[in-house]
Design a protein around this ligand. Structure first.
Ligand code: ASP
Ligand code: MG
Length: 241
C-alpha cells in the first residue's frame, strides 16, 4: 500500500499541528504502508517571504524568487522529518529537485513534466517515510522552479500519479469541498463526492481548496483525490471520475 498525503500550511502552523500530522503518518507507517508526505510552507510563510523580497526589489527576477520561495516548503519538510524522527519513525526530507520533480522553465508558474523516481523509490525501499517539499521542481536548465500559488497540491497529485499510489489524500483546514466557503457561510454544504469537472468549475468560481492543475493532472491519470480535515478525522470529499 502506497499512500501520498499532503499537508497544507494551516495544518502545519505550529508544533502541535505538526505533531498531530506526524502521529497520523507514523501510525500508517507502523501498519506497514509506504508513505510519501508532501508539505506546504507553514501558514502564511510564503506571503511573508514575498513581502520581504519586495522590500529589496519590487520586481525581483522570477528565477531568484523561485529559489527563495522554495525555502518555505523546505523548512516544513525538515521540521516534519524531525517530528517523525522524535516518534521513532524513520523519515527523510527531500527538496523538489532531490526527489526528481521535473518541470518546464516557467518560473513562478512551472508545469510538472515528469518524475525521476529513483531516489524516492530507494528511500521507500529502505523503509523510510519520504517527506517532500511541495510547490517546487527543477527545470531542464537545473534551476529551482515553483508551481504557482497553492502548487503543493499538484506536487502531491503528480507523485501519486507517477508512483501509482493507492491513495492520494490532501489534508486541509476544512473537512472537504463545499459548495461555498464554509469559513464564510454557515449554511455551506459539503460534497461527499465530486467529479473533476465540477471541482474545476468550483475552482473557476474562486474556490481555493485545491490547485487547478492538481485536478487536471488527477483527471488525466484517473486518480481519485481525497480532501480531508487535518484535525477532525471526518470522511471528507472524494474528487474523482
Ligand atoms: N506555499 C505555497 C503557497 O502559499 C504553495 C502551497 O501552499 O501549496 O502558495
Ligand atoms: Mg492550498
Amino acid at each position: 500500500m502506497l499512500i501520498v498525503q499532503k499537508y497544507g500550511g494551516s495544518s502545519l502552523a505550529d508544533e502541535t499541528r505538526i505533531r498531530t500530522a506526524a502521529r497520523r503518518i507514523a501510525g500508517l507507517s507502523q501498519q506497514g504502508a509506504r508513505v510519501v508526505v508532501v508539505v506546504s510552507a507553514q501558514s502564511d510563510t510564503t506571503d511573508q517571504l514575498i513581502a520581504k523580497a519586495r522590500l529589496l526589489n519590487p520586481r525581483g527576477a522570477a528565477r531568484e524568487m523561485d529559489a527563495y520561495l522554495a525555502a518555505g516548503e523546505q523548512l516544513s519538510a525538515g521540521l516534519m522529518a524531525m517530528a517523525l524522527g522524535a516518534m521513532g519513525c524513520q523519515a527523510v526530507s527531500l527538496t523538489g529537485w532531490q526527489v526528481g520533480i521535473l518541470t518546464d522553465c516557467v518560473h513562478g508558474n512551472a508545469r510538472i513534466t515528469g518524475l525521476d523516481a529513483r531516489r524516492i523509490l530507494r528511500e521507500l525501499e529502505d523503509g523510510k517515510v519520504v517527506v517532500v517539499a511541495g510547490f517546487q521542481g527543477i527545470s531542464p536548465t537545473g534551476d529551482i522552479t515553483t508551481l504557482g500559488r497553492g502548487g503543493s497540491d499538484t506536487t502531491a497529485v503528480a507523485l501519486a500519479a507517477f508512483l501509482g499510489a493507492d491513495r492520494c489524500q490532501i489534508f486541509t483546514d476544512v473537512d472537504g469541498v463545499y459548495d461555498r466557503d464554509p469559513r464564510k457561510y454557515a449554511d455551506a454544504t459539503r460534497y461527499g463526492r465530486l467529479s473533476y469537472g465540477k471541482m474545476l468549475q468550483l475552482i473557476g468560481g474562486g474556490a481555493q481548496v485545491l490547485h487547478d492543475r492538481s485536478v487536471e493532472l488527477a483527471k488525466q491519470y484517473n486518480l481519485t483525490i481525497e480532501v480531508l480535515s487535518a484535525f477532525s478525522g471526518a470522511p471528507g470529499t472524494l474528487v474523482g471520475p
